[in-house]
Design a protein around this ligand. Structure first.
Ligand SMILES: C[S@@+](CC[C@H](N)C(=O)[O-])C[C@H]1O[C@@H](n2cnc3c(N)ncnc32)[C@H](O)[C@@H]1O
Length: 267
């Protein structure tokens, strides 16, 4: 188990899809515009949200290799209906250990979403080097970049977000995680191996009526803040109670900074 439930991934999927940066996705589509077929490797696929979000932007004949280390998420992804011209294979791989295994085999494009903030600098460098060795473009969507706007504001918000951003650096199975530094580090890592990188914001935006996802996120942040030991449990609980009241009263909005990148070898 990875700690990412199908329920959570399903809840966030429509917000992720809406947040994806249109210009970055256009750059991905343009790269393959003249091809009749494409083979894609999706790293950390979860339930397959990247496939669902971008397949209509790619050549009609598609082969997807969906990679994750969570068997139940992979089963979910592999079991979903798909168009006749699409072939999908699910592969169980521990990407921390066997990234190269995941990349080996037919591939024209590497995709990933909501993964790069979980990985370490070493793993990110490995991804850039191994992709470059195979001349594979990489579309990495929805990387958290650490900037959060909450309304109405609360005097304790900044302390909580600082603790959350500290927690984001804890090990998620790949070594010390890049967390909010992942966007900047990814751009640098791909430029270092001779790639051109397009980037654009893909912020999550939650309106007053988006109760469920706001509550999930606030609960998650309170839990992460507690785990850091940076703040007293009582102050965290009080903050959470105040923020939940705003959600219940339908006056809470949130914007959570993310960035999409498309990194492609210079031709
Ligand atoms: C935040 S979720 C994103 C899932 C999906 N890409 C999406 O956007 O909905 C991170 C995914 O990475 C997978 N993952 C985490 N560590 C992994 C590892 N060591 N090897 C393979 N997959 C891993 C998790 O199982 C999960 O599906």
């Amino acid at each position: 188990m990875s700690g990412f439930s199908a329920g959570w991934l399903t809840l966030r999927e429509p917000y992720d899809r809406r947040a994806r940066n249109g210009d970055v996705l256009k750059a991905v589509a343009a790269r393959f515009r003249d091809e009749s077929s494409i083979a894609v490797v999706d790293l950390g696929c979860g339930t397959g949200s990247t496939l669902r979000a971008i397949s209509s932007h790619l050549p009609a004949q598609q082969t997807w290799r969906l990679v994750d280390n969570d068997l139940s998420l992979l089963a979910h992804a592999a079991g979903l209906a798909r168009p006749p011209k699409m072939t999908v294979a699910a592969r169980t791989v521990d990407l921390a250990r066997d990234l190269e295994l995941a990349l080996d085999g037919p591939a024209d494009l590497v995709t990933t979403s909501a993964l790069l903030d979980l990985v370490s600098q070493d793993w990110l460098d490995r991804l850039a080097i191994e992709s470059a060795a195979r001349r594979l473009p990489v579309y990495a969507a929805l990387t958290y970049q650490g900037e959060v706007e909450l309304a109405p504001t609360d005097p304790f918000d900044d302390a909580i977000i600082a603790a959350v951003n500290r927690h984001q650096h804890s090990d998620k199975g790949f070594g010390p995680a890049l967390g909010p530094d992942a966007v900047e580090k990814s751009i640098k890592a791909f430029e270092k191996v001779g790639y051109d990188v397009s980037q654009g914001p893909s912020d999550w935006v939650f309106a007053q009526h988006d109760h469920k996802i706001q509550i999930e996120i606030l609960d998650g942040w309170a839990c992460a803040a507690r785990e850091t030991g940076m703040l007293s449990a009582g102050r965290i609980d009080n903050w959470l109670a105040r923020r939940r009241q705003h959600v219940d009263a339908e006056c809470s909005t949130m914007s959570i900074g993310h960035v999409d990148i498309f990194a492609a070898p210079r031709s």
